[in-house]
Ligand binder design. Structure first.
Ligand code: PLP
Length: 401
């Protein structure tokens, strides 16, 4: 508290989820301890990345892996690796991709703000399909044959943003990529839990998969994971690390980079601005190990009980309907939905959210994903007993006034 107070910055009760604008998910004491220990010694970053790669391989089943400064960085760095491969002259030219295969095929319905991270590597998106379901004009989502029909000699990759129910089925898209030897880059940034998603896409044959470290894994907020093919990860490493070294005496760990494949060392690459600290790498690995070991049933049940006590505190408030929303998969965290009858209540969900954020004490940030439907969503990701009570009290105050 002291540090933020000194800066004149208020702490907030975050019941909105792992939002980056609120600093991501809070990390555990174990992660804080690991990061503070990591801060006390110097290490060779290449060796630390190699050790991290081994852990990521074990946990995801991928050939190799890399700790990035977030899933968005993983998309930029992964795309750059696909475009240049191990050609170090191409690496030095990035993001100028003239003369390189640099088109990335993507379904129209998959386009979102994070595809900027793919374009940032000098790629051009080639959209396929039609947004018929969202526009109410048709019944079919993009289909796998449409990706296949769009493949040309300029195609570098296929990008797939995964979520439950995303179409076309991801396996069909990966099969198209494999048939034509086109790498498939999967963004699964926020798709944990379930834990099985750490292995699923690699097992299906995806070439690169990105995850956020600062969401449910609860690593440092500026951490992420890129898991996948060894050569692609090697290219990521070469375009990221400080390689201000002499080739003759340079000794990269063979698990990460095969030196014999290279004519020299590239200069600072496109990934250089996505620097990851030793503290972040260690913090992410600590969080990832406990996330993948403990499973999430217990966490999910704990979150359910925090939300239940908020629901109890908000029972019987006029014109506010309180519903627990649980996934079919019990490992996926529940959320609490507070739906306002805006006409009878006399103000709308936007105004209530604004009031919670900017007025009163403590300030409470809810998830704003369903405000247009009159619903405030309570995400339990950052709750503990104390914050549950504070949030319940403030929500009750605002909703009954
Ligand atoms: C959160 C998110 C990202 C970005 O993840 P960071 O780890 O914050 O960089 C990318 N794609 C999707 C779909 C996301 O939800």
């Amino acid at each position: 508290m002291g540090i933020y107070e000194d800066l004149g910055v208020r702490t907030v009760i975050n019941v909105g989820g792992s939002n980056t604008r609120l600093g991501g998910a809070l990390v555990s004491e174990d992660v804080i301890d690991a990061m503070s220990e990591a801060a006390k010694n110097s290490v060779d970053m290449m060796q630390l990345h190699a050790a991290a790669g081994k852990t990521i391989s074990q946990i995801t089943g991928a050939e190799s892996g890399f700790v990035t400064c977030g899933a968005a960085a993983a998309l930029t760095q992964g795309t750059a690796a696909i475009i240049t491969g191990l050609d170090i002259a191409k690496m030095d030219r990035m993001p100028d991709t003239r003369g390189m295969k640099s088109e990335v095929i993507i379904a129209r319905e998959h386009r979102n703000g994070y595809d900027h991270a793919i374009r940032a590597a000098g790629a051009t998106l080639v959209e396929v399909g039609m947004n018929e379901i969202f526009s109410g004009a048709g019944v079919r989502a993009t289909e796998a044959w449409e990706y296949e029909a769009a493949i040309t000699e300029n195609t570098a990759a296929i990008a797939y943003f995964y979520r439950p129910g995303s179409m076309p089925p991801i396996q069909e898209v990966i099969n198209v990529g494999r048939k034509h030897s086109i790498p498939v880059l999967v963004d699964a940034a926020g798709q944990l839990p379930p834990m099985e998603n750490l292995k699923k896409f690699i097992a299906m044959g995806a070439d690169l998969v990105s995850y956020s470290g600062g969401k449910a894994i609860r690593g440092p907020q500026n951490s992420g994971i890129l898991a996948g093919k060894k050569d692609l990860i090697a290219s990521v490493v070469l375009q990221h690390l400080d390689l201000d070294d002499h080739f003759d005496i340079w000794d990269p760990p063979p698990s990460l980079i095969s030196k014999e494949d290279l004519p020299g060392i590239p200069r600072h690459g496109i990934g250089r601005g996505f620097k990851v600290s030793k503290e972040s790498i260690v913090g992410l690995l600590t969080a990832l190990k406990s996330f993948s070991k403990e499973g999430n049933m217990e966490t999910s049940q704990k979150f359910h009980s925090f939300l239940s006590s908020i629901a109890t505190a908000l029972a019987n408030i006029p014109h506010v309907d309180v519903q627990m929303s649980v996934s079919q998969n019990p490992e996926v965290y529940p959320v609490l939905e507070l739906t306002i009858d805006e006409e009878l209540f006399g103000s709308n969900a936007y105004e209530i959210s604004r009031k919670l954020k900017y007025e009163g004490d403590p300030v409470v940030y809810v998830s704003e994903t369903k405000l247009s439907a009159g619903t405030l969503v309570i995400n339990p990701m950052n709750l503990n007993q104390e914050r549950t009570e504070l949030a319940a009290k403030r929500l009750r105050e605002v909703l009954s006034s």
